[in-house]
Write a protein that binds this ligand. Structure first.
Ligand SMILES: [Zn+2]
Length: 215
């Protein structure tokens, strides 16, 4: 089934012009492996006279650029499951091996997260999130924006049900919770603008206490 929710054009443009940071690039490559529509959109942006050229007016365009973009837009390999997670081979090649993924459980919630890529200390990061069938990832606030996509299963977020390939974003300062599909659970890949994700309620009290103790 094709994704219903897609990254905004300016994110595809950042990908095409090479200005996306590593977590964003890997997230977009993963979405492209699920979504032929966005592959075509990327090609359209990169056509002669398209938006990519307008976005880079100051420099001569390398002749190989369009070839590279077309190749990337048209040759995304389908994702394959690794440890139960469907990720495209090109993305897996840039991640640490699955045995080094450092999982953290979110206390009493049936969910866990692992940071796969860190752009800079305190900067943005790419995370894998697994939520057990029917479980709830507790309400939390984002200091920075969050963008992500469902890799497998499905999840409810702010009244919408998202399935494999669907793109999702939560602006800086927003608060939300996630509830996984009751049968399949949910795997998601998420880029956090700022790694300071604050849990609400009693988990938040424990989270803040734990961070005080660790200093
Ligand atoms: Zn798409």
């Amino acid at each position: 089934m094709k994704p219903v929710n897609h990254p905004p054009s300016e994110r595809l443009l950042a990908y095409a012009t090479g200005t996306a940071d590593v977590p964003l690039r890997l997230l977009l490559e993963t979405h492209l492996s699920f979504c032929p529509d966005c592959g075509r959109e990327l090609g359209r942006l990169a056509e002669p006279g398209g938006t990519v050229l307008e976005a880079m007016p100051e420099a001569p365009v390398p002749s190989a650029l369009f070839d590279r973009i077309w190749a990337e837009a048209s040759q995304h390999e389908p994702p394959r499951p690794v440890e139960g997670v469907p990720l495209p081979p090109s993305v897996l090649a840039e991640l640490p091996p699955p045995e080094r993924w450092n999982w953290h459980s979110v206390l009493g919630s049936g969910s866990r997260t692992a940071r796969l890529v860190r752009e800079a200390p305190g900067g943005c990061g790419l995370f894998l999130v697994q939520i057990q069938p029917g479980a709830r990832f507790p309400r939390h606030a984002h200091q920075g924006g969050e963008e992500g996509m469902v890799l497998a299963g499905g999840v409810w977020d702010r009244g919408r049900f998202l399935e494999a390939g669907d793109w999702n974003s939560a602006p800086a300062g927003s608060t939300h919770e996630l509830i996984a599909d009751p049968k399949e659970g949910c795997w998601a890949l998420v880029r956090e603008e700022c790694e300071d994700v604050r849990l609400s309620g009693w988990r938040g009290v424990l989270q803040r206490a734990a961070s005080l103790l660790s200093h």
